[in-house]
Design a protein around this ligand. Structure first.
Ligand code: SF4
Length: 81
């Protein structure tokens, strides 16, 4: 599972870090650090709770990061009538 961090939406409420301090790291002013977060197996429940607790919707759950990978070896299909 991955969490997409929308840094510009963060208002520094720190609710995410209160739920899962090992997952959500904040800067000195209480704002989420930039960059998406790859969540370890054992931390997924807490990470999910933390992301859902964000009132600014700054944390987006992405349960299928592999689906975002577009293989470049696949040829586009051409449909003919
Ligand atoms: S709960 Fe949301 S707004 Fe608050 S620090 Fe975390 S990401 Fe930022």
């Amino acid at each position: 599972m991955r969490i997409i961090v929308h840094k510009t939406k963060c208002q520094g409420h720190a609710r995410c870090s209160a739920q899962a301090p090992d997952v959500f790291k904040l800067d000195d002013e209480g704002y989420i650090l930039p960059g998406d977060i790859e969540v370890a197996e054992g931390q997924q429940l807490l990470a999910s709770r933390g992301a859902r607790s964000c009132p600014e919707r700054a944390l987006e759950l992405d349960p299928t990061p592999a689906a975002r990978v577009v293989p470049d070896a696949i040829e586009p299909r051409v449909w003919r009538a």
